[in-house]
Design a protein around this ligand. Sequence first.
Ligand code: GLV
Ligand code: MG
Length: 336
Amino acid sequence: MSETPAKAAAAPAPAGGSSRRLRPRRSNLAVPASNPRMIDKARTLPVDQLFLDLEDACAPLVKPEARRTVVAALNEGGFEGRVRVVRVNDWTTRWTYRDVVDVVEGAGANLDCLMLPKVTGADHIIALDLLLTQIEQAMGYEVGRIGIEAQIENAAGLLAVAEIASASPRLETIIFGPADFMASIAMKSLVVGEQPPGYDVGDAYHHILMTLLVAARAHGRQAIDGPYLAIRDLDGFRRTAHRSAALGFDGKWVLHPGQIEACNEIFSPRQADFDHAEDILDAYDWFTSAAGGARGAAMLGNEMIDEASRKMALVISGRGRAAGMTRTTVWSPPEP
Ligand code: GLV
Ligand code: MG
């Protein structure tokens, strides 16, 4: 398993949307923008993405100074191989426009995406898209290069997620924000990401995660799970990460270096699954060729494979390659 940030192309786009912005994003590190020491540390960490946070991890009084810190840090660099993101404040505050203008004018060339929190409708995404376009034009940047990541963090956002997911070609990810979401629906718990005490009939987050995932996939976006705040409880982190990874999520936030290795591992395919996926792709290529009998369905060991198997294998194989995995098996056509 690769310990370093994944550099290769990400998994192929699922059906239904744009494929231009699918980058490896297994681990997404939150870094308070007001803390230069933590920004320095982030440069050394093997995450796929990091975001410098001007929102909730940054107190109102220090936001102006934090914007300057963000611009200086992005321009100084040292984040190679990782997706560079800044989380701005949401549109209901008085800070958003200044966050966007200062950061993109000051460091737009060294920025991959802006993350917009508490998105409740397509209008939030469209407003950010328009503002970005103006700044890109005025600064002579390539128009449309900077992507948008949308955090869904309340009931209104969940209800509007399908329209949010299709609001702009800049949109790259749909992100679950569990802390704000729990507050928004008045969930009876203070432990972010854990099951609320008393709920003993399933996973209290299943409907939310599945709704976000389906909306993301319908429009070719990535789906990212949010933070697990009990940073010393690695078992708890692993348990919640496994749940969203099993559903199909692309990655999860990490708040502490101790969560990174587990996160990268959990959101990569297992070696046996990666090898099997590569075998399916090779075998399917051969069985459907003239040499292999031009068959639509065939047996691979004890398993029947067909076009749908190929699509499933492409997802696992794409994610594995993006994570820097290499195959440990060789498939050969059956003897004539
Ligand atoms: C993240 O922003 C959250 O609210 O969980
Ligand atoms: Mg939040």
